[in-house]
Design a protein around this ligand. Structure first.
Ligand SMILES: *Cc1c(COP(=O)(O)O)cnc(C)c1O
Length: 359
């Protein structure tokens, strides 16, 4: 694949080549049916099998317990910022949030439409360069849940242990789902936009504990009720067929690779290559505090904004795409999701050494 470059994009992120090739074939002609997957009834035997397999793979890879429903919903991760409180809060109800970056900030804003919010912790003052440990905050007693973002895509921070609380956890895992195991006994609901570690944008995977389906207030519209989708196998209306199919292909690829335990090791190893390169010199400086570093998004700065611009321009010319940091932090960001090849990390590290020498 000589025309492929290394894609460090934070999202949508890089996908496995074999998945892209298969998906491209399936768009034109699915399973020899003579019509493409995206032209086919979502109630057809063929598509029902696609949806069932995608769900089965989510369940198998993440070891989802039987009392949780797996839903494929539209509107990306951001719709979940509102759907979570719309279904789980209501007048007089309260939830706790950990504010560790842009995505939690947006979720807090939505929650306030449906109940009251305790922001139990915020790392905003330090440009979100860390996530808290459980000793750093206190969750109010009268809260329904504690919400957090497991991996802060923009700032390059990640929770390495679960928040310790007796409240049910709700988590936005958009940028690190399928990179490590999930202890579902602590969670009421997790969700993730597909476009970082699982597939195309627009689809969110929601995994919700069954007993929560009946908490939704009466006046919540049909499409925004989790129960609507849980009762219909995510087929209340036409689901995001193509996204669900690609998610299935990505998860099949992940299973073949050895599943979560295998990818977790690979990811640790890839991230260590980059963090070692950053720590080995004063030229590069990591944005995230060491204890909060993300294995998915590596954020770093160079001595000056001018050098950062030069670094990104030269890197882009060499086939390293998507390294510019988010505008809210500046600097550089290398997103190395599950499907990002180790070879690309090795080559970037070599380029970083060379750039430092020349500058
Ligand atoms: C990308 C991202 C989102 C937003 O996803 P959309 O599908 O664009 O709404 C939300 N949360 C996190 C952690 C993300 O990385």
């Amino acid at each position: 694949m000589p025309d492929r470059i290394f894609n460090f994009s934070a999202g949508p992120g890089t996908l496995p080549m074999e998945v892209l090739e298969q998906a491209a074939r399936d768009v034109v002609n699915f399973n020899g049916k003579g019509i493409g997957l995206i032209e086919m009834s979502h109630r057809s035997k063929e598509f029902m099998a696609v949806a069932e397999e995608a769900e089965a793979l989510v369940r198998e890879l993440l070891q989802v317990p039987d009392n949780f429903k797996v839903l494929f919903l539209q509107g990306g991760a951001s719709t979940q910022f509102a759907m979570v409180p719309m279904n789980l809060l209501g007048p007089g109800k309260k939830a706790a949030y950990l504010n560790t970056g842009t995505w939690s900030n947006k979720a807090i804003k939505e929650a306030k439409f449906f109940g009251s919010v305790q922001v139990a912790y915020s790392s905003e003052e330090s440009v979100f360069n860390h996530v808290p440990s459980s000793e750093d905050y206190q969750v109010d007693d009268d809260t329904e849940y504690l919400y957090y973002v497991s991996n802060n895509t923009i700032y390059g921070t990640q929770f390495h242990e679960l928040p310790k609380t007796d409240k049910m956890l709700i988590c936005d895992m958009s940028s690190d789902i399928m990179s490590r195991p999930v202890d579902f006994s602590k969670f009421g609901l997790i969700f993730a936009g597909a476009q970082k570690n699982m597939g195309p944008a627009g689809c969110a995977v929601v995994i919700i504990r069954e007993d929560l389906l009946d908490r939704t207030p009466e006046n919540v519209p049909t499409m925004f009720r989790y129960k609507t989708h849980a009762d219909t196998g995510s087929m209340f209306n036409t689901p995001p067929c193509f996204s669900i199919h690609v998610i299935g292909l990505v998860l099949k690829w992940l299973k073949k690779l050895g599943g979560i335990p295998a990818i977790e090791k690979i990811n640790r190893d890839k991230a260590a290559l980059l963090y070692n390169a950053i720590d080995g010199t004063d030229f590069y400086r990591g944005h995230a505090l060491k204890s909060s570093r993300s294995l998915m998004n590596i954020t770093f700065n160079l001595p000056t904004p001018e050098l950062e611009a030069k670094f990104i321009a030269e890197a882009t010319a060499k086939g390293f795409d998507g390294l510019k940091g988010h505008r809210s932090v500046g600097g550089c960001r290398a997103s190395i999701y599950n499907a990002f090849p180790r070879e690309g990390v090795e080559k970037l590290v070599a380029f970083m050494r060379e750039f430092e020498k020349n500058n």
